[in-house]
Design a protein around this ligand. Structure first.
Ligand code: NAG
Length: 154
């Protein structure tokens, strides 16, 4: 009889492990703190399933540091064995601190989600170069200044 509670404890642990189908699934990139990402550029998020029951990775949402949804960045589902979303274009309209929330589904239909580390997003290139080949429409008639500088009276 004195072993009964011990056996119950073991059983409870086993059931808990089986129930936590998400356990083990983890993000492998980005994991470094202090990253600076640029809106419009391409990034990916990667993971490893470990011994979790995660089967597909479904959606990657970008959240502000106030935990507000900014925009969905990528949509699956893809097999968890793919290990990465592959590159997606970062769509965000204002500079700030954000994190990614990744949602997945297990083989029994359970939902799992993970948050990435926080990173900074900037919406413009830090130093536009003089050879900027942006897609903004070029001015159509800007070969000469439209008015000559006026000479000041002596
Ligand atoms: C990710 O987003 C889902 C759905 O909005 C939410 O339920 C979940 O708590 C978030 N995950 C984390 C780890 O915050």
């Amino acid at each position: 009889m004195k072993y009964l509670s011990f056996i119950m404890m073991i059983l409870a642990s086993i059931i808990k492990i089986l129930a936590d189908e998400c356990n083990g699934w983890r993000i492998t990139s980005p994991i470094v703190e202090g990253l600076v990402w640029t809106a419009g550029q391409y990034y990916d998020i990667s993971w490893e399933p470990s011994n979790s029951q995660v089967e597909t990775v479904d959606i990657v949402d970008l959240y502000t540091d106030n935990n507000e949804l900014a925009a969905t960045q990528w949509k699956g589902p893809i097999s968890v064995k793919t290990l990465t979303t592959g590159n997606f274009q970062l769509r965000v309209s204002s500079t700030g601190t954000y994190y990614l929330n990744v949602t997945a589904t297990t083989s029994s239909g359970g939902k799992c989600s993970l948050n990435s580390v926080s990173f900074t997003v900037i919406t413009g290139l830090p130093e536009p170069s003089s050879s900027d080949t942006s897609t903004f429409p070029a001015p159509t008639s800007s070969l000469a200044p439209t008015s000559s500088p006026t000479l000041g009276d002596p």
